[in-house]
Design a binder for this molecule. Structure first.
Ligand SMILES: C[S@@+](CC[C@H](N)C(=O)[O-])C[C@H]1O[C@@H](n2cnc3c(N)ncnc32)[C@H](O)[C@@H]1O
Length: 449
């Protein structure tokens, strides 16, 4: 097949597969060589005959779809992106997981090649992030449509050439040189779960904190399909989570639910409603945005310092008619929470006045928080799991930006009763309250048998 025939054929066939020609321009020779082999195997004289066959037999399109897969990958591909991930994104996700009381960060590598991408993530986490976040694990799900790629990933041996972008110390820590190949050590291989999956299908179960979809959908798929894939990824990405795309890629306009934070990084924002708007007769269609915590939280949060006396916190509670004060450090990071009950119990148990006791002696140090872009269900889940009625709201850098209480949610659930589309109902709130109020252990122990 000549180059002109190749271009002509791809320009005709790719749009019928919802693929885009510009994505294939640079890799066309590799793809056309495969197509030519297929033509020859079918005993067809030339590419024109193959085109006739395609017109007549719908099943052949699935074969052609397979021939159009581009499988090139390498470890730490685009090093600058990995630097961003290691220095900024992964620590932020670890911090967000920690403040929400979770013990892992969940990542999905979609179109994972032979494992080069998810294994790089596992190595980066182990060597650069885990030492600072020992209580948070990384859970990586890696998917690809191609069984050959998945087979290579399972073996975990790679040609040396796929490692040249990997920092030397990572390479030394993670690989053994075995019979001309580089073998990934088991402890990194074990961190990644592989599965066969077509990124055009329903995504794996979320929520994920990080999704890598690089050099696949946003290069090779046509724009409507790119938007569909972006929507599916958004649906399984936690609000505040991050989507990583390739250096020559971007999420298409109108995909919704993302803000671009740097060249290859997109942060998942408050969701557009996926519920179909209900149209009343004679009224224009309504589309109510799904509300997020930032829409409801109190922004002027009363704060004090660990070195303040209880008297300071008590006075704030009295003056502002509130039941708790957030304790922050000089950088506005929350280090504790103090409630009216904590003050009463400290003065009672220590037999001292509030002027004599420091906040740090009475506050709760285990603080659970949520993000401004979390939806109500996410905040309620934390309240239920952690049995707390109030959550400080922190940004991705851990700075205090607000406070949300179960009372706020209860008031909003009543207000929403007249809305067509409800983000929460009084029933959700009462279920949360019931979970919070569950006794931790029976107040009176049953008589022993
Ligand atoms: C160019 S490689 C990119 C690998 C890696 N993400 C990277 O950036 O280095 C594209 C990968 O996507 C896989 N792929 C192609 N079509 C796919 C599909 N519809 N669903 C899932 N994976 C697909 C290919 O088998 C290949 O492993």
């Amino acid at each position: 097949m000549t180059d002109a025939e190749c271009v002509d054929f791809l320009e005709w066939a790719l749009p019928r597969l919802h693929l885009r020609w510009p994505g294939f321009r640079r890799v066309r020779r590799q793809v056309c060589r495969r197509i030519d082999r297929r033509r020859a195997a079918l005993g067809l004289a030339d590419i024109a005959a193959y085109r006739v066959l395609l017109e007549a037999s719908p099943d052949e399109w699935a074969e052609l779809d397979q021939l159009c897969r581009v499988t090139i990958s390498r470890f730490a591909r685009d090093r600058a992106v990995w630097a961003d991930l290691v220095i900024d994104v992964l620590p932020r996700l670890a911090r967000a997981a920690s403040v929400a009381g979770r013990t892992s960060v969940r990542a999905w590598s979609a179109g994972c090649g032979a494992g080069e991408e998810p294994f790089t993530l596992a190595i980066a986490w182990e060597l650069a992030v885990a030492p600072h976040w020992p209580g948070i694990a990384l859970d990586v799900m890696a998917t690809d449509i191609d069984d050959v790629q998945l087979g290579r990933a399972a073996i975990g041996r790679f040609p040396e050439g796929t490692l040249h972008e990997l920092p030397d110390d990572w390479r030394r820590a993670a690989f053994d040189h075995v019979q001309g190949d580089e073998r990934l050590r088991e402890r990194y291989r074990d961190r990644v779960r592989f599965a066969r999956h077509d990124v055009r299908a329903v995504p794996p179960d979320g929520p994920f904190d990080l999704v890598l979809c690089r050099n696949l959908a946003f290069t090779y798929f046509d724009e409507p399909l790119q938007r569909r894939v972006a929507g599916a990824i958004r649906a399984v990405l936690r609000t505040g989570g991050v989507l990583v795309v390739g250096v020559h890629e971007r999420v298409p306009e109108g995909a919704g639910g993302f803000v671009q934070s740097s060249r290859c990084l997109y942060t998942a924002t408050g969701r557009e409603s996926s519920a179909r708007p209900v149209q009343s007769v004679g009224q224009p269609p309504t589309k109510e945005r799904v509300m997020v915590i930032a829409d409801l939280m109190s922004r002027n949060v009363a704060t004090c310092k660990e070195d303040d006396r209880l008297e300071v916190a008590a006075r704030m509670m009295w003056d502002l008619d509130i039941g708790c004060v957030a304790v922050v450090d000089d950088r506005q990071h929350v280090t504790g929470i103090i409630t009216d009950r904590d003050i009463c119990m400290a003065t009672y148990t220590q037999g001292k006045s509030p002027q004599q006791i420091f906040v740090r002696e009475a506050m709760a140090r285990e603080v659970f928080s949520c993000l401004p872009d979390d939806n109500f269900a996410e905040a309620e889940e934390i309240m239920r799991k952690r049995r707390v009625r109030r959550l400080p709201v922190v940004d991705l850098d851990g700075h205090l930006v607000g406070l949300i209480s179960l009372n706020d949610l209860a008031r909003e659930s009543v207000r929403q009763q007249t809305r067509v589309q409800k983000d929460l109902t009084p029933r959700d709130v009462s279920a949360t309250l019931a979970a919070i109020c569950q006794p931790r252990q029976p107040a009176i122990l049953p008589p022993s048998a």
